[in-house]
Design a protein around this ligand. Structure first.
Ligand code: PHE
Length: 460
């Protein structure tokens, strides 16, 4: 059985791949709509706070496991568990990550499919006032949605099947710079065409009234999702890191870039939304409805800017999707000595099947609620993002903080300062597990059982 990963032969490959992974629909579609739903300012400030205090430390823990374990998420954890006399059952954290990655792939590809479709729709021109009806109509098209989703999955699998050098590294070198240029172009456009001052004040003003457990949970869940924490991607990419690359520095670069793009996306979208008189709390439709309406009002200019915007989103989604597929492909190739081609083929089929469930959740199974969750699409999103990611994140944090203390070395981490190292371990041992579990329990009680424990405690 071959369990060791191959490695990238240069230090930029990890930075590009991990940044490409982190920067995705989560930044450009998810961050603005969640900020909008949660009132803007406070959410954004909490988001930044959690990225620094919890996101970065857990991100480093995940990369560390991969780099030190040198293998796919499951085998890396197994080998580190053996090294530290811990139970091999810790591998459940790796399996949890892989499960999350497959479910995310199944719904992420559907949103990306919409993005591709909207590129063409806006290019051919959308009538003013028609964006809302268009969005409703598009969601009812099972056949069309399946076509775009499958195109997206096949294209991503093609890159993954080609391996980490010829596939992922090569694709990122081309996709990432393009992404940054397009984001900047959008911000400039937003500043020129929209209401920039209103956008800024909406995003960054302190609104203490919005403070609640739900806002905290939304901010922290979004931070983990956006940083690609908790589903094995960072372990897989960490295992391809060259031996002289330092975990802390590389993580810092990726986390900064990801947060920067999320803020820039907010800066691009809100000035436009306000400038055109839209409400920011449009939910997951914000980007599809608001932006499309904005492009429609621009007439022929919109037929050019619209596709450009959706192209940007598609590029961001594509580089993330590749990274979502990598943990399970790495797992199959290494655990079962399969060729990458065969492993990718299997994952391709699994993804398409899962995506069909998620597509049906928009139309044929729209009213098929699962517990408190509206439909299978919402259920998949919830189970992966809010349930599994936080659980796996907590597991990794505890594993590194409590079990790997002797395995962690300042050289791999690139942290020479003893106090910094202790602070990192302290956060992993105490702060993030306790905090994440409290949020996880409160959030699940509320969403799954409609039980608001915070309100109950406050009422006592
Ligand atoms: N971080 C990606 C985004 O923001 C999504 C993602 C999550 C990718 C988890 C990999 C792992 O869109």
């Amino acid at each position: 059985m071959k369990t060791e990963s191959s490695q990238w032969n240069n230090n930029t490959a990890f930075l590009l791949a991990a940044t490409g992974s982190a920067v995705g629909l989560g930044n450009i579609w998810g961050f603005p709509y969640k900020a909008g739903e949660n009132g803007g300012g406070l959410f954004v400030l909490l988001y930044i706070f959690f990225v620094i205090t919890l996101g970065l430390p857990v991100f480093m823990a995940e990369v560390f496991i991969g780099k030190k374990g040198k293998s796919n998420p499951v085998s890396s954890i197994e080998s580190l568990a053996a090294k530290s006399n811990s139970s091999a059952s810790w591998n459940i954290v790796g399996y949890g990550g892989i499960l999350a990655s497959l479910i995310i792939a199944g719904y992420y590809a559907v949103i990306a499919g919409f993005v591709l479709n909207y590129g063409f729709l806006t290019a051919s021109g959308v009538e003013e006032g028609a964006a809302q009806a268009l969005w409703t109509d598009q969601q009812s098209q099972f056949g069309d949605m399946t076509m775009w989703t499958v195109i997206f999955i096949v294209a991503s699998c093609y890159v993954v099947a080609n391996g980490i050098d010829a596939g992922i590294d090569k694709a990122m070198r081309f996709l990432l710079p393009m992404l940054f240029i397009l984001v900047l172009a959008m911000v400039i456009y937003g500043a020129v065409a929209g209401d920039f001052t209103k956008g800024i004040s909406y995003l960054f003003s302190w609104k203490s009234d919005d403070f609640s457990a739900a806002t905290v949970q939304a901010a922290i869940g979004q931070a983990f999702f956006s940083l690609s924490i908790g589903m094995g991607t960072l372990m897989a990419f960490g295992s391809y890191m060259p031996s002289n690359q330092k975990v802390s520095k590389a993580s810092g670069v990726v986390v900064t870039a990801d947060t920067g793009v999320a803020l820039l996306a907010g800066l691009a979208i809100f000035p436009l939304a306000f400038g055109l008189g839209f409400q920011p709390e449009g939910g997951s439709a914000l980007v599809f409805e608001t932006m499309t309406e904005a492009f429609a009002r621009l007439g022929s200019v919109g037929q050019f800017v619209g596709p450009l915007f959706f192209f940007l989103l598609a590029v961001a989604a594509f580089s993330s999707m590749i990274s979502i597929l990598e943990p399970s492909v790495a797992f199959l190739t290494q655990k079962f000595s399969m060729t990458r081609m065969k492993a990718t083929g299997i994952i391709l089929i699994v993804c398409i099947l899962l995506s069909l469930v998620s597509i049906a959740g928009h139309n044929v199974w729209k009213d098929l609620s699962i517990g408190a969750l509206d439909n299978p699409f919402e259920a998949m999103k919830y189970f992966a993002d809010d349930f599994l990611l936080l659980l796996v994140g907590t597991g990794m944090s505890i594993f590194v903080g409590w079990r790997l203390q002797k395995v962690v070395d300042s050289n791999t981490m690139g942290i020479e300062n003893k106090a910094m190292m202790n602070l990192w371990i302290f956060i992993l041992k105490w702060v993030s597990p306790i905090f994440l579990m409290v949020i996880w329990i409160l959030g699940n009680l509320k969403v799954l059982f409609d039980y608001d424990l915070v309100a109950v405690i406050l009422a006592v």
